[in-house]
Design a protein around this ligand. Structure first.
Ligand code: ADP
Ligand code: G6P
Length: 738
């Protein structure tokens, strides 16, 4: 039966050794807690690191570990101490984590770490492939495994691969600083569907793909290596009912069942009629803004002394990545700040901050969530932040106020929270006051909205939506792949060619026979191409035609002495073998003088673009320009031109990184129809890569073999990957060379 394989660096449970016995603890962090609910609900296998180093395991222990994790439907990837230092602490947590959270000053670039990252991603790939059968779906998670989708896709092209990033994807300006940016993007593009928490992360990712890999994106789709993959945002939810039900159970719990923590919390609340508690929970991570939060709390107590002895701040920091120096420094800074603030304000009856540095069982977490009237969550950057959502889910009476940083992904969906800028102490202090004084009606009104949303878009729904989109992407992928030229189709194609009596072969030039270059004149034909075209045109009863948007002069220089037919400028001119050029269309040129100055203003404002002037058309090329700016300008230019030329018989065509203005009644379709009218062909083959070739595909009879280069929307019957494959295919027409 088909299964889903979840892959993440950590398994949902971590194993450690105590006196040679295995100790199992749940993993912390949003990825593990969120995906755990998805894993428990279905028939999935979870692959990840067990928490133990390879060196600490002997064969007997390995067996025990494997059995313990198999019980939880998991399988382990074995990592050595060196892997952990270089891949996990090194590249993952000293390069990607700080960089993706905009902490450039903490980001290191070490070749050794990168090598290890590649190596460990390969180890993961090996384990995943061992467990993968055709028809399985693989869902890869997070920044530790950015190369994995491609490693899987390469070996198993027919398996669906999804990828979800649980942290922000940074702006292109930040991402481009990475020495290994191309490799990382290519690794991610192995997935069929890439998911992010917010639209902003998605947009940053697409921007990097366009600018760094120079790939075309069409809305949220990317054509890549013969596949169409999708990028989308899926804001991760929580297991709403689990938190809500636990909170209800806590409210109903008799005093004898209360935990010590709960008793202490209750005691504080009963100490004064207006006593309140402010809660903050996070992994101890510099992205979470803990020092800022403490300083803002200190500022609050200074600015609003009326809250002293009434408000208690509960700071729960979960130990995390404590081998990384920045985390050690943060621990020291937090300890010192807590000490200083407590020292400054404490009285005999009151300590302003209760500080816990440990992981807590779920029940205690619920104690905290349900007892604290305010949650103060102020990350400097956070991909999502599930703690904010969990807090709201546990407020069964609809009371409680969430003060949330606008830098958390969760802020995009939790507009009813009090949103703050984590660097603005004045605003945090004032907002805390507002939160502590907010009426119950207002609290209930705000929370009701958020609870409805959290209930509807739970983690289960999030996973389902992702899977649905992944399967839809796969189906769409199949529709396009079905048009790919297969060996079967080739046999048919060459079979009809050999049988036919009069044959016509129409070949577009740029992007079909040669690759694009930054400057059009550099895309010259090479010797191999000349030989191929000569051989093709020497075939019996074969009319070979190069049909291009290029200008007459260039083609005269390149192909003027050849025996095959040339059609240029989209069908304005035709040159049949060794004869002179003849005009197929009679055109006026005055419009060029009017439009040229307008296009020149676009050249001035868009560095890297230029005008190509042909005999009867003007083309604005933007291949060398910044892709995002160029795309924006292209849309602008098209709008301007379309409004200007409505009275002329002109049309605006968008080709591959070029906008061309020319007479409306000139196109490759019209030109190819003329050829068909002259002779009675019983075999027609046409191939081209861009929009202008579509005229030709549409104009040719149904039985013609029409082929598009690249995986794009087309009226052609078939599609082929790239120019190399085109040349390979054309060789098939040469008798005896099949
Ligand atoms: P991150 O993924 O950066 O750690 P999130 O807020 O998205 O941050 O997720 C944290 C998750 O860890 C939440 O699901 C929360 O319930 C859980 N968690 C937080 N603190 C503790 C703790 N002390 N003990 C156990 N689980 C915790
Ligand atoms: C964040 C990351 C997860 C990671 C978790 C805990 O939630 O997105 O990928 O697992 O933090 O960090 P750790 O380094 O301990 O796995």
């Amino acid at each position: 039966m088909n299964k889903t394989i979840i892959v993440s660096n950590r398994l949902p449970l971590q194993i450690s050794l105590h006196n040679n016995n295995l100790v199992l603890t749940p993993s912390v962090g949003g990825l593990a807690t969120g995906m755990k609910s998805v894993h428990e609900g279905g028939k999935s296998l979870w692959i990840g690191w067990s928490g133990l180093k390879e060196e600490d395991l002997d064969p007997k222990l390995t067996e025990k570990v494997n059995a313990a994790i198999a019980k939880e439907n998991c399988a382990a990837v074995s990592l050595t101490g060196k892997d952990l230092n270089n891949f996990y602490y090194g590249f993952s947590n000293n390069t990607l984590w700080p960089m993706f959270h905009y902490f450039m000053e903490y980001t290191t670039f070490e070749g050794k770490h990168w090598e290890s990252y590649k190596e460990v991603n390969r180890k993961f790939a090996e384990t995943v492939l061992e467990h993968t059968n055709d028809g399985d779906t693989i869902w890869v998670h997070d920044y530790q495994l950015l190369l994995l989708p491609e490693l899987i896709k390469r070996e198993r092209p027919n398996v669906s691969v999804g990828f979800f990033l649980h942290i922000p994807f940074p702006s292109y300006e930040v991402f481009r600083a990475l020495p290994w940016r191309e490799e990382l993007l290519n690794g991610m593009l192995g997935a069929d569907l890439l998911g992010f928490h917010t639209y902003d992360y998605e947009r940053h990712f697409l921007s990097s793909v366009r600018r760094i890999l120079r790939l075309d994106t069409h809305f949220n789709e990317i054509s890549y290596q013969g596949r169409t993959l999708r990028v989308d945002s899926f804001p991760m939810g929580i297991d709403y009912n689990k938190f809500r039900n636990a909170a209800i159970a806590h409210h109903e719990q008799g005093p004898e069942y209360k935990s010590d923590l709960k008793k202490r919390l209750d005691a504080h609340l009963q100490s004064a009629p207006d006593a309140k508690m402010i809660l903050s929970i996070d992994r101890l991570d510099y992205t979470k803004g803990i020092p800022n939060r403490l300083k803002a709390f200190e500022y609050f107590l200074d600015k609003y002394p009326q809250f002293r002895e009434k408000v208690r701040f509960i700071l729960l920091a979960v130990p995390s990545r404590s081998n990384v120096p920045q985390y050690q420094l943060l621990k020291k800074e937090t300890d010192e700040l807590v000490g200083r603030i407590n020292g400054k304000f404490s009285t005999v009856n009151w300590t302003p901050i209760w500080y816990f540095y440990r992981s807590m069982p779920f029940e205690n977490l619920i104690d905290l969530y349900t007892s604290c009237g305010v949650a103060l969550i102020t990350p400097i950057r956070d991909g999502m932040n599930l703690v904010a959502k969990e807090y709201i889910a546990t407020r069964v009476d609809k009371d409680g106020v969430l003060v949330l940083s606008e830098m958390a992904g969760a802020a995009k969906e939790m507009n009813e929270a009090l949103l703050i800028n984590p660097n603005n102490f004045e605003q945090i202090a004032d907002t805390l006051k507002r939160a502590l004084e907010m009426t119950e009606e207002e609290q209930a009104e705000r929370n009701a909205f958020m609870q409805r949303r959290l209930e509807r878009y739970s983690v289960e729904k999030w996973a389902k939506e992702f899977m649905k989109a992944l399967h839809a992407t796969k189906q769409q992928h199949h529709v396009i792949v079905s048009k790919k030229i297969t060996p079967e189709i080739k046999k048919q194609l060459f079979g009809s060619y050999y049988k036919a009596k009069r044959k016509l072969i129409l070949l577009d030039y740029d992007g079909t026979l040669v690759n694009f270059t930054n400057i059009p004149k550099d895309a010259k034909p090479d010797d191999a191409l000349y030989d191929l075209l000569d051989d093709l045109s020497n075939q019996e009863n074969t009319d070979l035609v190069l049909i291009s948007g290029r200008d007459k002069e260039t083609f005269t220089k390149w192909f003027g002495d050849r025996r095959y037919t040339l059609i240029v400028e989209h069908g304005v001119w035709l040159k049949s073998g060794y004869k002179e050029w003849q005009a197929l269309e009679k055109l006026k040129k005055e419009w060029m003088n009017n439009l040229r100055p307008i296009i020149e203003t676009f050249v001035d404002r868009t560095p890297g673009t230029f005008i190509e002037e042909k005999n009867f058309s003007l083309a604005w090329h933007f291949r060398k320009a910044d892709p995002e700016l160029a795309q924006q300008r292209a849309t602008e230019l098209k709008t301007v031109l379309t409004s200007l030329i409505s009275n002329h018989e002109l049309s605006v065509l968008e080709g591959n990184k070029v906008i061309e203005i020319k007479s409306s009644n000139v196109n490759k379709g019209r030109a190819s129809s003329r050829l068909l009218a002259e002779k009675d062909y019983d075999f027609i083959f046409a191939i081209g890569d861009d929009w202008t070739d579509e005229y030709m595909f549409r104009e040719l009879p149904e039985e013609a073999y029409t082929v598009k280069v690249g995986l794009k929307e087309t009226s052609a019957r078939y599609y082929i990957k790239d120019t190399d494959s085109v040349r390979e295919l054309l060789k098939g027409f040469l008798k005896g060379k099949v």
